[in-house]
Ligand binder design. Structure first.
Ligand code: SIN
Length: 476
């Protein structure tokens, strides 16, 4: 942490020593970065009371007032982007240059929803009787509870909080135990921008179960938005049913990345690196299985191995670092297991393949991976690119769709007809057609099948926080 001039508000987060607390450790050095409050059920109950009371005020503000406030929050996030990026790099190991990119992505959600707050329209419905007039209006759902993951400590927070606040909802946010500092920083900036403290509450805790139970049992909390694994999402889906909450679930992925032999190979190699090795492979939309048509499989493998061998692994605070550590031991062990299993089933190691000390794992490329290898059915969440050859278009569509997941898929071809045909056939919420990084604030993000429910981002994201109310007026 040495040498960086932290602003006072960030220093306050880093120096806090709450009575009941848990440590946040850097996955790069293993050292404690800060201690944050370990809040319990009582704190959760108080947060609900505050959020419910704040909602009564916040829902009365005009969309123009909310838009102005979100715009000031956007300005504060942009101004303090280097500090937010540094907190992210320290707490979860994302390389600082990439972390800065994430903060800009996070800010883009706030900017988008500052504008979108002013574009929530209702409808006038044609009447069936002469004396009736029919209307549909949109109103905020109510206090919302959000649970966000460690892999995008700022963008997953603003992708939920910005549309909620724009719609007139209040939010209680439970950030991942590994990355609460960036979330606390975003809340501090919200308040600096003039945001009511109780409209956006960050509730930190080491064990989310007890705190979440308070939210699920309280019917005044009207909405749950969760980003994380399918396994946890299924559990939350069940628990949220007690009080029939509105749900948005953004769950696991297992993205196929298909390269046809009519693709621009150099472009496809560059893009697979961007997709697969973003955040050291720890994103839900990362390429997880790379299908390469047989005619170009060898050339593709050689070019990819060369590009991956050049990736720079190192200290997340070094601006030249491209690959940081994995977030924890469990993640590291899974990556090693996937590599070992693929090799036992006959895969050839083109580059990497082993841990590099601590939580670092070498960026890895495996060729001729067997279709029954673990890595072909489970999300790896690490820097390993498995290449699998295929022969025909219908074969690869079948392989790509043969999974319970349906978040993101990618395909590379210079043939427009094939591109459209295959994009339509893929059972996924997001398809990157010659595009390895499709995520952007104004577009819909979300999955089908066991990858989730609902969409975040764009005009779709705010609808998740709005209810439609039908008003039937009888003229007398
Ligand atoms: C995620 O991994 O869940 C988010 C990735 C993205 O927004 O591109």
């Amino acid at each position: 942490m040495s040498g960086y001039a932290w602003p006072a508000w960030a220093e306050a987060i880093l120096q806090a020593r709450p009575e009941r607390s848990f440590a946040v450790r850097s996955p790069s050095s293993g050292q404690v970065v800060a201690y944050v409050a370990d809040q319990d059920e009582d704190a959760a109950r108080q947060a609900v009371e505050r959020s419910v009371a704040a909602f009564e005020q916040w829902r009365q503000t005009t969309p123009y007032e909310r838009a102005a406030l979100l715009r000031r929050w956007f300005n504060a996030i942009t101004e303090h982007a280097p500090t937010l990026a540094r907190l992210t790099a320290l707490e979860m190991g994302k390389p600082i240059t990439e972390a800065l990119g994430e903060v800009r992505y996070a800010a883009a959600f706030v900017e988008w929803y500052a504008e979108e707050a002013k574009r929530v329209y209702g409808d006038v419905i044609p009447n069936h009787l002469p004396h009736k007039r029919l209307f549909a209006i949109k109103q905020p759902v109510g206090p919302a509870y959000a649970i966000t993951p460690w892999n995008f400590p700022s963008a997953m927070v603003t992708r939920k909080a910005a549309p909620a606040l724009a719609a007139g909802c209040t939010m209680i946010l439970k950030p991942a135990e590994q990355s609460p500092l960036t979330a606390l920083a975003l809340a501090a900036l919200w308040q600096q921008a003039g945001g009511p403290p109780d409209a956006f509450i960050v509730l930190t805790c080491a064990d989310p179960v007890l705190v979440s139970q308070v939210m699920f049992a309280d019917e005044r909390v009207r909405k749950l938005s969760f980003t994380g694994s399918t396994e946890v999402g299924q559990l939350l889906y069940r628990q949220a049913s007690q009080t029939v909450k509105r749900l948005s679930l953004e769950l696991g992925g297992h993205a196929p990345f298909i390269v046809f032999d009519d693709a621009d190979v150099t472009h496809a190699v560059r893009e697979v690196v961007a997709s697969k090795f973003r955040n050291a492979g720890q994103t839900c939309v990362c390429a997880n299985r790379i299908y390469v048509q047989a005619g170009i499989a060898q050339a593709f493998g050689e070019q990819l191995a060369q590009a991956v061998a050049a990736l720079r692994l190192g200290d997340p605070l070094d601006e030249a670092t491209q690959i940081g550590p994995l977030v924890d031991e469990v993640g590291l062990a899974k990556v090693q297991r996937h590599v070992d299993d693929a090799r036992q089933r006959g895969a050839r190691l083109l580059v990497g393949g082993a841990g590099q000390g601590g939580l670092f794992f070498q960026p890895t490329v495996l060729a001729d991976v067997s279709r029954d290898a673990l890595i072909m059915t489970e999300e790896t969440f690490g820097p390993v690119a498995p290449l699998v050859p295929f022969e025909a278009e219908d074969e690869v569509i079948r392989l790509a769709n043969d999974t319970p997941f349906g978040l993101a898929a990618y395909l590379y071809t210079e043939n427009i007809a094939r591109g459209v045909r295959v994009a339509e056939a893929l059972e996924y919420g997001i398809v990157g057609l010659n595009d390895g990084v499709p995520s952007t604030a104004q577009a819909p993000f979300g999955g089908v099948k066991q990858s989730g429910i609902g969409r975040e981002g764009g005009k779709w994201g705010i609808e998740e926080y709005l209810e439609v109310k039908y008003i039937s007026l009888a003229l007398r």
